[in-house]
Write a protein that binds this ligand. Structure first.
Ligand SMILES: [Zn+2]
Length: 261
């Protein structure tokens, strides 16, 4: 029952080119100029050390003091209410944007965080994990990207370690296109809540997009407990994306909180 839709037009892919990028919510027309969205990569030419020089609007990638990802160690215990997730199951739209596999979400899934309401736009995967917990890296990390009506983002991060197979990821992996710039759809409904851990203890800090333009507009919420995926599931993603994790950034003067409520 899968309906594959190939979007060969480069711009269509570029519209979603940055997994957590502020420009991605705009229509394809918003990125019609390639100059406004220059090529970047995780290694070699255009790699992380060069991001800030690729375009003036990427300056924060080099100059920013509140960048992500970071090592999540020694969080200051704090009493905070858990993020209240109200997500819906939806048909799958899975994009290979050349940087990651991204699942676009239909309207109607929300997150309430610290009294603010955000809408779930998309989620996507990194291999290996971008954040580390007390120096420990995980095989993968999934980011659930939410946007506030006034523009700020809240991203929920969940670590993925090798272990039991993950049924939700299996559904996505069955649909994901192998080539960059392609989109595939499936009627199979998937509830993203299946990829949240049982323990709701989270790290919180103010950070940035982990892809250009590295804008410092993200309230990060990263779960301490990982979920699992089978080594075979991890290998299938790694075959497409051997490394799509930004190197670690400095905490600088920020506070890292650990929600212990
Ligand atoms: Zn991400």
């Amino acid at each position: 029952m899968q309906r594959r839709q190939l979007l060969r037009h480069f711009i269509a892919g570029a519209a979603c080119a940055c997994p957590a990028c502020g420009t991605f919510f705009k229509s394809a027309a918003a990125t019609a100029s390639e100059a406004a969205h220059p090529h970047w990569a995780y290694e070699g030419h255009g790699g992380p050390a060069e991001w800030s020089k690729l375009a003036p609007e990427y300056a924060a990638c080099g100059m920013g003091k509140e960048q992500s990802p970071i090592d999540l160690a020694k969080g200051i215990p704090a009493m905070m209410s858990d993020p209240a997730v109200s997500w819906q199951a939806g048909a799958l739209e899975v994009v290979n944007n050349g940087h990651t596999i991204q699942v676009n979400c239909p309207k109607g899934s929300t997150l309430s965080l610290d009294g603010h309401s955000y809408e779930l736009l998309q989620y996507h995967f990194h291999h290996p994990s971008e954040h580390t917990i007390a120096g420990i890296s995980f095989e993968m990390e999934v980011h659930f990207v939410h946007r506030h009506a006034e523009g700020g983002l809240a991203v929920l991060g969940v670590m993925i370690k090798a272990g039991e197979p993950n049924p939700a990821m299996e559904t996505i992996w069955r649909t994901m296109p192998a080539l960059g710039g392609e989109t595939a759809k499936s009627e199979t409904a998937l509830h993203p809540g299946a990829m949240l851990p049982k323990d709701s203890t989270t790290y919180r800090y103010a950070g940035s997009l982990t892809t250009p333009p590295c804008s410092e507009v993200v309230s990060w919420v990263v779960y301490r407990q990982p979920i699992t995926a089978s080594p075979e599931q991890i290998a299938r993603f790694a075959k497409l994306f051997p490394n799509n994790a930004r190197p670690m950034q400095h905490l600088n003067r920020r506070k890292l909180l650990l929600d212990v409520l």
